[in-house]
Design a protein around this ligand. Structure first.
Ligand code: KG4
Ligand code: ZN
Length: 356
């Protein structure tokens, strides 16, 4: 089966063509227009601008794919939920239009399920044994899912309102963030450091030049109740108060027009050290929770997906922690950064899984 996939749930307009070739998910095309530059001046995604840009850019992307390729696809996979309603509507309307032109069936896909199956792109679906534990870490979702193959499993371990049935697979949302997503927290801290949206990658770069210091430490907040869930709002508050303390010591002039101008006189090394301490705290929370979930559910595969999975330190820390606590599991992430961020290829992967 070959699918044309459409993703427009947030600030990436993306089209992909993905083929299931003997259970290998081959990505023939995956193109995207990233709206980051368009939203940067507002410090985050503006829904109205996002939907207008999707409508503006999607036809050029379809032109790039070409009519012959579109006609050669068996069906159209499209993200229909969740996230920005007017942006999603552009994708769904485009799918409806292609359906009426070429008479291709439409497969509606949940965006988060796309991230969950993004580990399968350009790989064989047999590469990852069940059960799987997947951490979805991005700018607006931050959850841990259990993926089971119920045709093999003697009993279904977990069934509740957050379970989706993709027979023979089931996806169960186990834990999620109670406030910010990890990427959102990275972005907010980057903003405190006067870096443009989205600042996660910049924090990663600066952190790599930072070092541990006794006077810059952030607590790993533990939830008294629901200890497996995530809570990141306290992380950003800790950074805020650390900066505020420094700020109070100085009289400052803020120049909002220049992102790179720091209003306080922190040295470059201070900033790298703050980024380092913050990133260490974030990756420790993310990595430990996903590995603990894997141990609890005896997962054979652990996946880290969403654009935060592009963070090198998260990957390094998760590997070290897994090797020390649970070496028998396989730890994986998408083969390319493109498949970690919002993209249409992962939407095709989820649709193909649904149809296998
Ligand atoms: O998955 P994604 O593209 O979009 C959403 O669905 O939100 O994730 C975007 C998020 C942003 O918050 C961005 O700052 C974060 O991923 N991000 C990172 C890194 N690269 C991107 N966070 C930490 N470290 C990185 N290297
Ligand atoms: Zn996403």
């Amino acid at each position: 089966m070959k699918l044309l996939a459409i993703e427009t749930s947030c600030d990436d307009t993306s089209i992909a063509v993905v083929k299931n070739n003997n259970n290998q998910f081959l990505v023939e095309e995956c193109i995207a227009y990233s709206q980051i530059q368009d939203h940067q001046q507002y410090g985050g995604v503006v829904p109205e601008i996002a939907s207008r840009l999707h409508a503006e850019k999607i036809t050029a992307l379809l032109d790039q794919i070409g009519e012959d390729t579109i006609k050669s696809c068996d069906a159209i996979a499209v993200t229909t939920h969740p996230w920005l309603p007017w942006s999603l509507l552009v994708g769904k309307t485009t799918a409806n239009f292609l359906w009426s032109l070429y008479n291709k069936p439409i497969i509606e896909v949940n965006h988060i399920h796309g991230h969950i199956f993004s580990i399968l792109l350009e790989r064989s679906i047999q590469d990852f044994p069940f059960p799987r534990i997947i951490l979805t870490a991005s700018g607006w979702h931050n959850d841990i899912y259990l993926v089971q193959n119920t045709s093999n499993a003697a009993t279904l371990q977990h069934w509740n309102v957050s379970t989706w049935n993709f027979w023979p697979l089931t996806l169960t949302k186990l834990w999620s963030t109670l406030d910010d997503a990890a990427g959102e927290c990275f972005d907010k801290v980057a903003r405190m450091l006067w870096w443009p949206y989205p600042g996660g990658a910049r924090i990663g770069e600066k952190a790599s030049q930072g070092k541990p210091r006794d006077d810059i430490q952030f607590k790993r907040i533990r939830l008294a109740k629901d200890e497996h869930n995530f809570s990141f709002s306290g992380m950003k508050s800790q950074v805020h108060y650390l900066l505020k303390k420094r700020e109070e010591k100085q009289k400052i002039t803020k120049d909002l027009a220049t992102w790179n101008l720091q209003p306080w006189t922190l040295s470059d090394q201070d900033i790298c050290d703050i980024a380092y301490a913050f990133q260490e705290a974030m990756v420790e929370i993310l990595a430990k929770k996903v590995i603990k979930a894997a141990i609890k559910y005896q997962a054979k595969t652990i996946g880290i997906v969403g654009w935060v999975s592009a963070n090198h330190r998260l990957w390094e820390y998760a590997n070290e922690y897994k090797d020390s606590k649970y070496p028998e599991a396989l730890l994986t992430k998408p083969t390319k950064n493109l498949y970690s961020t919002d993209n249409a290829a992962m939407i095709a992967a989820a649709a193909l899984i649904e149809k296998i």
